[in-house]
Design a protein around this ligand. Structure first.
Ligand SMILES: [Fe+2]
Ligand SMILES: [Fe+2]
Length: 376
């Protein structure tokens, strides 16, 4: 039976995402029953089952110090102070969203002691990916971008799951591959065969133009290897960047290593390839941001003058997708937890992975998940 927290002590209640005009509040456990959330002129009531959840508070004033009030049906009100950022300058032009590391076909999560799901009608990777796509579209995404590790072992039965997922999208999509899509294991099949069998068209480098931004996706994988490379995509990516009249968002799977020797798992793009690549793409178009997956964690940093974000997976804690709002003068990123109850019930449980260290490693800091980035 689920244990309920004492009414006066919210369990891990936090403002997980704070955007110029919205905030997402998430928690591990709140008292059962109706919970009222309010902030500025917005209020809503959520029916808590005592477990994890998340709600979005919209229509907030930008660039403001605000207080989110959380009130259970019995008990005291809890206050969460937030500061909504100013949006980047200029008119709002477009919205798109990304997801990575879906790992369709996986059945467990963790390093040594694995967390498994029993008797799920729809396995958690598919459940979380569908929910992430639905929530991103409800948020206003006009385009979805999938950044690799879409399958778990490139098995024959995993590619049709990807096809089923993208067929359900109401908006156009682009996708690129990750190392898991190129490492056939446990009856995995050749990647090209898997894509062809599922009727999925794939280009190693692809792009689409939205108002105010060119989105480029590129395949950084090396068949059968876990780490990434940029040498095979550099010329084409540089061409797409330099020929664009607008700023560019580049979505890839692998992150860029910080040091010559990787200091955490999994290994990304080695410095001797990654740093010259970043220098080349910045020279091609300095109004640029890069986002990757692979690490299953949330981070943001600047390297060689390029803003880079890493965004975690929808299927393991904290269980997220990323949204981008394009303005004339910049881009705003938000990372939101997948709030659909059947998804967050699983992802919140996976905070226990790696002896609980995962709950501290994966979420990252609020200001590295949600930020406004003006173009230079
Ligand atoms: Fe992954
Ligand atoms: Fe990966």
């Amino acid at each position: 039976m689920r244990r309920h927290p004492p009414i006066s002590i919210p369990r891990n209640l936090e403002a997980f995402a704070v955007e110029p005009d919205a905030a997402q509040v998430a928690w591990r456990g709140l008292p059962s029953g109706p919970i009222e959330f309010s902030c500025a002129d917005t209020s809503l009531t959520f029916q808590s089952d005592g477990g994890p959840g998340a709600v979005s508070l919209d229509h907030l004033p930008p660039n403001s110090k605000l207080t989110i009030r959380v009130t259970p049906s019995s008990g005291s009100t809890h206050e969460l102070p937030i500061t909504t950022p100013a949006p980047p300058p200029g008119e709002r032009l477009a919205r798109f969203a990304t997801m990575s590391d879906l790992h369709l076909g996986s059945t467990k999560f963790g390093l040594v002691k694995k967390l498994r799901e029993k008797n799920a009608e729809i396995p958690h990777p598919m459940r979380c990916a569908v929910a992430a796509g639905n929530e991103a579209q409800a948020w206003g995404a006009e385009q979805l971008i999938l950044k690799g590790d879409l399958t778990h072992h490139t098995r024959a039965d995993e590619w049709p799951q990807l096809e089923e997922l993208v067929r359900g999208f109401q908006v156009p999509y682009l996708f690129t591959l990750g190392n898991h899509d190129r490492q056939p294991k446990k009856k995995g099949i050749d990647t090209d065969k898997g894509l062809a069998n599922a009727g999925l068209d794939f280009s190693p480098v692809d792009s689409i133009d939205l108002p105010g931004i060119r989105i480029v996706v590129a395949d950084t994988t090396i068949p059968t290897k876990g780490h990434g490379q940029t040498s095979k995509i550099t010329d084409e990516v540089v061409g797409l960047l330099s020929s664009s009249d607008t700023p560019v968002f580049l979505g890839i799977h692998h992150h860029f290593e910080q040091f010559v020797l990787p200091w955490f798992w999994p290994p990304g793009i080695p410095t001797w390839e990654g740093l010259p690549f970043l220098k080349a793409i910045r020279a091609a178009n300095h109004r640029l941001m890069v986002s990757c997956g692979h690490t299953h964690r949330n981070r943001a940093y600047t390297r060689k003058g390029v803003l880079i974000s890493e965004v975690a997976s929808p299927k393991d804690f904290p269980g997220v997708w990323a949204g981008y709002t394009v303005y004339e003068g910049g881009i705003a990123q938000t990372v939101r937890r997948v709030a659909t109850p059947s998804a967050i019930a699983w992802t919140d449980n996976t905070r226990k992975a790696v002896g609980g260290i995962w709950s501290m490693w994966a979420p990252g800091y609020l200001d590295q998940r949600c930020f406004s980035h003006p173009w230079e």
